[in-house]
Design a protein around this ligand. Sequence first.
Ligand SMILES: Nc1nc2c(ncn2[C@@H]2O[C@H](COP(=O)(O)OP(=O)(O)O)[C@@H](O)[C@H]2O)c(=O)[nH]1
Ligand SMILES: [Mg+2]
Length: 245
Amino acid sequence: MFQIENLKKDVAEGNFNSIARVISSIENEIVGVDDFLATLNTNFIPVIGITGPPGAGKSTLISVLIGNYILQNKKIAIISVDPSSVKHKGALLGDRIRMKDWYLHPSVYIRSLASRLHLGGLVKSIHKITKFLKSTGFDIVILETVGVGQSEVEVASVANVTLLVLVPEAGDDIQMMKSGLFEVANIFVVNKSDRADAKKFLSHLTISLNDRIQSGEKIGIIETVANTGQGIEALDDCINSFLIQ
Ligand SMILES: Nc1nc2c(ncn2[C@@H]2O[C@H](COP(=O)(O)OP(=O)(O)O)[C@@H](O)[C@H]2O)c(=O)[nH]1
Ligand SMILES: [Mg+2]
C-alpha cells in the first residue's frame, strides 16, 4: 500500500529509490497508484522521444546526449523500451556497457520498462510514467523505443520532439516506414554516417521527405557518428530548436 505522504516527499526530492517504486507500481497497476499520481504537481519539462530500428545506435546517441546535458548541470531520466534487449541478451549487455558510465551518476536515472506488457498496457504505462517524471525534479526525459510499429507512433505523441534514428543500410526500410513513424518524426538522424553509402542514403531520405518539406513543415535531418560524438552538437541544437518554438 502507498504511504502517500512519505513517498510524495521522497519523490519531490528526487529520491531514485522512491521514483523506481512508483514506476514499478504504475507498470504493475498497483491499486492506489492512480490516486497517488493525481496528488502530484507536474511541471513542464521536455520529453525527447528517440526511436529507430534495433542496432541503429539509439543508446549510443543517448549516452552522448546525456554527457552534454550533464555538462549543462541537468538532471535526466531515461526510459528505455527495447524488446530486442530482452530477446537478445547481447543487445542488453551492449546497452549496459555503453550506458554504464551513467548508471551511477547522481543526475541520471535510467530505467528499462518490461516489454512483457501488452501493447496497450505499455503505451498507457508510458503516458503515466512520463507524466509522473514531470513531478520529480528532472530537467529532461528521454524515451527510447524500438521503432518498428504503431506503438512507437503512439509513444511519439507523449514526446515534445521525436527523433527517428536511421542507418545508411536502412535504404529499403524507408518505404516500409512511410506510413508510420516517418510521418510523425521531427528529426531524422542518419547515424553511422561514417559508412560508405551514407551520402546516397541521405539524398534518398531527403527525397522521401519531400512532401513534408514542401508543405512547409519543419524537419531536421542530421548526420551523426554516435560512437565518436560527431554531429552531436548539431543534433543538440536541432533538438533545442524544436523545444523552444
Ligand atoms: N560505425 C558506427 N557504429 C556505431 C555508430 N553508432 C553506434 N554504433 C554501434 O552500433 C551498435 C548498436 O548501437 P546501439 O546504440 O546499441 O543501438 P540501439 O539498438 O539503436 O540502441 C553498437 O555496436 C555501436 O557501437 C556509428 O555512428 N558508427
Ligand atoms: Mg538501445
